[in-house]
Design a protein around this ligand. Structure first.
Ligand code: BES
Ligand code: MN
Ligand code: ZN
Length: 490
């Protein structure tokens, strides 16, 4: 599909449908007529410009018009523009050529605000057109082939549009990885995706196989992989700009399928567990658009990859694993496997002494109980770094909410036989105790944030830029974090 901007303020004549954004305070008959919009037809459909309203009408010249409500013009931010872009391509998907008129919304913005709005709109266009058809024998082609956004000029906005398309593509790449079945996207296959990405984006990559993972003493990853037929992988990806200013480490959970292991899940509990590599997918998605964003810091990704299965010699409840950094862990529930592979990854990241670490993991079902499916949880050992992560998420339009890491909950993961146990002794607070477990593997002086995306990595329904299935949550936040990263005392 071709997605373009045009400097002309009015929509090109050669479109099959015009999508117009209408604010609720600019929806009077007079305001609509001034824009040559069919006021009577719109009001007959009850269209008021309220946010997320969609109406299909035609104008005096007989051209098809899709009106999309955006709410009060004072409330229009980048998130609204991202939603609008997605709603426009969804509503226009049955036409061939769609023109979009959003001038009303972005006029009067400063050049920088205009650019970020156009970037968000472009993201929305790409995200809203996502479809996962790899496994369809007859994928029905979408009619829509060309989208033109009218009235966008100037280098900042033009560059921002191109950047938004790349960011959207990167998030869609993460969605593809999450949506691919666990039986096909094995650890080796996921690592191969990273290799392809590294070649394309000129990144440095290291892939550890089973023998190398043994030599590196990644005991958490080996323990989880013990019940599997498939070899594990550990992928380290590095982006190095000219004269890097500091290093940002990104860690992503890469469980290609989580059956629970011997502490087996229910049939229903397993249905979506191909998504358990959503953290690694977000990190890979970030690297897919990293050159478009061109951070001035070095960015290093650490991704442990395995499935969590049960064969005759799988890790048993009661077994003790020794993590890369020497910490011993009593595994009392083999379904709390994410923290075991992340323990090795955080240990390795810590050894490289980055200026900050952020990890993403589909870690606990509890996070969805606490915050639902649209808000991730973030935990940190450093308030200034937490602020940075929250600001990046806010600018990127990905919602997250901070949970504490209270010291008095730490004894809940004390083991009777080893240094730690992998599940809490106490009821409740499962997201927090998982965060406290991870904290044990992070160097004390390294600012670190942990984002639990178990609720947000997967969606049961389409909604504007969010698509059913893998969401690619985290890609935009990581790119924004990398783009704005400056090493400093935190
Ligand atoms: N991958 C799951 C977490 C998860 C649950 C992700 C639902 C997405 C949707 C994780 O490995 C897990 O099984 N966690 C356990 C931890 C428990 C055994 C302490 C959980 O949340 O039940
Ligand atoms: Mn699990
Ligand atoms: Zn898991």
């Amino acid at each position: 599909m071709s997605l373009k901007i045009s400097p002309a303020r009015s929509l090109p004549a050669a479109v099959d449908v015009a999508v117009v954004a209408i604010a609720s305070d600019k929806c009077s008959d007079r305001a609509l007529k001034a824009r040559k919009l069919p006021a009577a037809a719109l009001s007959a459909q009850g269209f008021t410009g309220a946010a997320d309203q969609v109406a299909f009408v035609s104008d005096a010249a007989g051209r098809s018009v899709i009106a999309i409500g955006v709410g009060s013009s004072k409330s229009i931010d980048d998130n609204r523009l991202r939603r609008l872009g997605a709603q426009a391509v969804r509503a226009g998907s049955r036409s061939k050529r769609v023109g979009i008129d959003v001038l009303d919304l972005i006029e009067g913005r400063s050049a920088a605000e205009m650019a970020s709005g156009v970037r968000a709109l472009a993201e929305g266009l790409v995200l809203g057109s996502y479809r996962f058809t790899e496994y369809r024998s007859d994928p029905k082609p979408v009619a829509l082939t060309a989208v033109t956004v009218a009235g966008v000029t100037g280098k900042p906005a033009t560059d921002a549009f191109a950047q938004g398309l790349k960011i959207g593509d990167a998030q869609n790449f993460a969605r593809d990885l999450v949506n691919r079945p666990g039986g096909d996207l094995t650890p080796a296959a996921l690592a191969q995706e990273a290799v392809k990405l590294a070649r394309r984006e000129r990144l440095t990559i290291e892939v550890l196989n089973l023998a190398q993972i043994r030599r590196q003493k990644l005991g958490g990853l080996l323990g989880v992989n013990r019940g599997s037929t498939h070899e594990p992988r550990f992928v380290k990806l590095t982006y190095t700009p000219r004269a890097p200013k500091g290093t940002l480490a990104l860690v992503g959970k890469g469980i290609t399928f989580d059956s629970g292991g011997l502490s087996i899940k229910t049939g229903e509990g397993m249905m979506t567990m191909k998504m358990d590599m959503g953290g690694a997918a977000a990190v890979l998605g970030c690297f897919a658009a990293i050159r478009a964003v061109a951070p001035t810091c070095k960015v290093v990704g650490y991704m442990p990859m395995t499935d969590n299965m049960s064969n005759g010699d799988a890790t048993r409840p009661g077994d003790v694993l020794t993590i890369r950094n020497g910490t011993t862990v009593e595994v009392l529930n083999t379904d709390a496997e994410g923290r075991l592979i992340l323990a090795d990854a955080l240990s390795l990241a810590t050894e490289d002494a980055p200026d900050a670490i952020v990890d993403l993991a589909t870690l606990t079902g509890a996070v969805e109980i606490a915050l639902g499916g649209r808000i991730a949880a973030v935990m940190s050992n450093n308030d200034a770094w937490l602020d940075d992560v929250e600001s990046a998420a806010e600018s990127a339009g990905e919602r997250m909410w901070a949970l504490p890491l209270p010291a008095d909950y730490r004894p809940f993961i004390d083991s009777d036989v080893a240094d730690l146990r992998n599940i809490s002794k106490s009821r409740g607070g499962g997201t927090i105790t998982a965060g406290l477990f991870l904290q044990e593997f992070v160097g004390e002086n390294i600012p670190w944030a942990h984002i639990d995306i178990a609720g947000t990595a997967w969606s049961e329904a389409d909604d504007a830029e969010t698509t059913k299935g893998g969401t690619g949550y985290g890609v935009r936040t990581l790119l924004e974090l990398a783009r704005t990263f400056t090493p400093r005392r935190r």
